[in-house]
Design a protein. Structure first.
Length: 94
């Protein structure tokens, strides 16, 4: 059985890292796109088993894309996992 994952993230290094990690874990078909609009274009012709979705993207953020997907009959049952980038630095509280 094929396991297809759609990775939606505007950061190319994150897309590459996730694609490599998923491939090593045995996922057969990992497609990466850089925007919410590109994800919608891909979904017109393909139905992944899972979507890994960046929350913070320009133009169409992950929240809006998720809202569109969950309100569309064809896509509403696709599981979505949100991903966020952690800041590499922090501001001390003191």
């Amino acid at each position: 059985m094929s396991r297809n994952i759609l990775v939606v993230d505007d950061d190319e290094s994150i897309r590459q890292l996730l694609a490599k990690l998923l491939s090593v874990k045995g996922y057969d078909d990992v497609v990466s796109v850089n925007s919410g609009m590109a994800a919608l274009q891909h979904l017109l012709h393909h139905t992944p088993d899972l979507i890994l979705l960046d929350v913070d993207m320009p133009e169409m953020d992950g929240w809006l894309l998720c809202e569109i997907l969950t309100k569309t009959e064809r896509w509403k049952k696709i599981p979505i996992v949100f991903q966020i980038k952690l800041l590499r630095s922090f501001v001390p509280l003191i």
